[in-house]
Write a protein that binds this ligand. Structure first.
Ligand code: F6P
Length: 326
């Protein structure tokens, strides 16, 4: 394997708070170890369209506390084609890029896996997504910040919900995964998390109505995972209107609010450690792996184990939510 001299870094897919801290860590750790660094704009799109710039130590100054990504991001259709990936490879060669660090979620790392296989390129992935849905890592970059944003929003909704004695159905992101809904519900003291894992087994809405409005509660908040299995917040609210018309229901969809904002300390630290670990991995000759955190330790997870696997939720969390919502 030829020695690596220049490392390219890109962010791809949905942005996540902490991506800037990861770019900074990759860039500085690479320069510290004697590599050149190139920043690729707009994810794989920038690789296909040749939007590639040199990154120096100072290029990544003062970015750590900002949400979003200074390299921009995109979901790129061309990269899904063989021609697109060939063009991306030509541009890598043109800029003497020998290895890539890809910061993104499941789709982005799937693209990385395909690209690495076709062109024999060393690629290391860093899990950057608010969804926390990648296997092999306890946390993904951006998840903790999004969770805190959800908690902040629900705290405010709680004030008006209890004043008006209303039932609020709040939809959170997460694609097919329920981590934001479940832990968001626990963190904000919500009465229920309507999540795909449970929605297919029990009627969570009926349970909520029967238990939540029983006894002392005069208002309730249910977080709903955006998955089609739950019907989303609108679907759940429609059911309330039809089946439980006595309740005063309102819907809030938190949407892209959840993706913004200054990253929490936890996300900044995770991103910094993962960025440094990505450079270590390349120096150790690792390829086709994602950096993960396992019990506070940085680990290398083969792409094949990280992507396209359902990361299961801990049923203890469901039990805690259930017990505390009486
Ligand atoms: O994967 C991150 C995420 O924010 C999901 O939670 C959400 O379903 C999706 O991206 C939204 O994507 P877009 O920004 O393209 O609407």
């Amino acid at each position: 394997m030829a020695a690596i001299k220049t490392i390219g870094v890109l962010t791809s897919g949905g942005d996540a708070p902490g991506m800037n801290a990861a770019i900074r860590a990759v860039t500085r750790s690479a320069i510290f170890n004697g590599f050149k660094v190139k920043g690729i704009y707009r994810g794989y799109k920038g690789l296909v369209d040749d939007e590639i710039v040199d990154l120096q130590t100072q290029s990544v100054s003062g970015i750590m506390h900002h949400g979003g990504t200074i390299l921009k991001t995109a979901r790129c259709k061309e990269f899904m084609t063989v021609e697109g990936r060939k063009q991306a490879y030509e541009n890598m060669k043109k800029h003497d890029i020998d290895a890539l660090v890809v910061i993104g979620g499941d789709g982005s790392l799937s693209g990385a896996q395909q690209f690495a296989k076709e062109f024999d390129i060393p690629i290391v992935g860093i899990p950057g997504t608010i969804d926390n849905d990648l296997s092999g890592t306890d946390h993904t970059i951006g998840y903790d910040t999004a969770l805190n944003t959800i908690m902040w929003c629900v705290d405010r909704i709680r004030d008006t919900a209890s004043s008006h004695e209303r039932l609020f159905i709040i939809e959170v992101m997460g694609r097919e995964s329920s981590f934001l809904a479940l832990n968001g519900a626990i963190a904000s003291g919500a009465e229920a998390a309507i999540i795909p894992e449970m929605a297919s087994k029990v009627d969570q809405l009926s349970e909520l109505i029967q238990s939540g409005f029983r006894k002392s509660k005069n208002s309730s908040i249910a977080l709903v995972a955006e998955s089609p299995v739950t019907g989303g917040a609108m679907g759940v609210a429609e059911r309330v209107k039809k089946e439980f018309p006595q309740y005063n229901v309102r819907v809030t969809i938190l949407g892209h609010l959840q993706r913004g904002g200054s990253p929490t300390a936890q996300d900044r630290i995770l991103a910094s450690r993962m960025g440094a670990a990505a450079i270590d991995a390349l120096m150790e000759g690792q390829r086709n792996i994602m950096i993960g955190d396992d019990d506070e330790k940085m680990i290398y997870v083969p792409f094949s184990k990280a992507i396209r696997h359902t990361k299961t939720i801990d049923t203890e969390l469901l039990d805690v939510l259930h017990r505390l919502s009486i």
